[in-house]
Write a protein that binds this ligand. Sequence first.
Ligand code: NAI
Ligand code: MG
Length: 501
Amino acid sequence: MNDMATISRVQPEYSAAAKAFLARKPQLFINNEWVDSSHGATIDVEDPSTGKIIGKVVDASDRDVDRAVMAARAAFDDGRWSGLPPMARERIMIRLADLIEANADELAELEAIDNGKPKTMAGAVDVPGAASHIRFMAGWASKVNGEVIQPYTMPEGAVFGYTRKEPVGVCAQIVPWNFPLLMACLKIAPALAAGCTTVLKPAEQTSLTALRLADLIAEAGFPAGVVNVITGNGHTAGDRMVKHPEVDKVAFTGSTEIGKLINRNATESLKRVTLELGGKSPVVVMPDVDVAATAPGVAGAIFFNSGQVCVAGSRLYAHKSVFDQVLEGMAETAPFWAPRPSLDPEAHMGPLVSKEQHDRVMGYIEAGKRDGASVVMGGDSPEGYYVNPTILADVNPQMSVVREEIFGPVVVAQRFDDLDEVAKEANNTCYGLGAGVWTKDVSTLHKLAGKIKAGTVWGNCHAMIDTALPFGGYKESGLGREQGRQGVEAYMETKTVIVQL
Ligand code: NAI
Ligand code: MG
């Protein structure tokens, strides 16, 4: 672990394409055009690998938000998108997926520069994931249908009853900074497949790839106003979007705190709401595991994306008979996860996204130490916004590091003795997003999968996410499901038609 201190953290030079993109005038994408903001306010773009300001984006005003919402409203109301043959909508969406893939290298670099994640990771996970969400959802444009239903109280043939699936309308889609392009595409894809129009707002920390995506949206051939991309702060632009009377549905990914606030604000006009929020996901390691294979998997569950993952495996429960070996095996992965600048080809983990997030995570580590936790590995920040992969042991369920979402490369490790006890501990949280179970015993795996209150339970893997499988949270981890058939249905209303014959 000593060699971690000697890593040289020099961010390699940006490509010419990235430099050209960063030099662009800060603008908003409304009605398929790049337009100026109604005021001059901007937000700095920072490279978290260096802490340097590298550009600016618009901080959208209320008037900017209104303009984007009205563009989406007009595009929805005249049916220029929902009225197209499903095949035409599918074709345009697939063109967008193709364009994302054709520009994969630039998108991965911009994501790395903006968020701090390794470009290799963005290229392997974020960009292909973004394209696959759009490809998969494109197919639903032609495959979500209503049904003909025989009424219960009326004689056969007296009445013709059927349902229609109709798009909800104008969507406000607000995404966070941990997977900026992936989250943007995960949001717009089902909305577009359903026939909705949208205003997308990336997080103020990471707006670059959403803006680059806007170029590709215009190029793919979407009619004007179907997708509008505005940048800006959450408490101003985001808030305006959520409260806007012309918005029919709000879709949000981010903190539980803001998710609750958004849900309250959207209630005024009973907007449709889906929320994808925080987590404190347990990882249970049973005594029968192959430790050599499990330990790196359990380390990856927390250290991937510097732990800035809603489903990060942040609470480890290892059976007492393997606890020490699992922690040793995890510690052996420390050099692999040693944080490096995002464009360093050897990086597997980058810095945290911002000074705010860095300070927040370090604050948790300090609180854990004060409360009596012992640092098995890491626990420090080598420089800048970098945090070394950290394992805390000797923790108890009262500590803030065990209860609260840290959103950094920090795992709290606990021992357990029996199955019932560990299921209870795993559920001892206000969250319920993900959970991992590591065992060779199929019966144990399925029993635990049934007992753990979480939207997704992984067996012998973690954070494996596929666009065809529904994803969402129990308890305070969210509302509704994204992805899969449920994902597109969350953007549709069901209309019943009853005709007396
Ligand atoms: P946040 O929840 O404040 O920000 C997420 C998005 O919501 C951003 O686009 C932001 O502009 C927008 N937003 C903020 N306030 C808003 C409001 N009043 N109305 C409408 N939109 C609003 O997350 P933040 O502050 O960046 O991070 C704080 C903590 O949240 C993190 O430490 C982490 O624990 C958690 N988080 C969880 C994420 C997840 O994927 N579950 C993603 C990001 C953060
Ligand atoms: Mg916030």
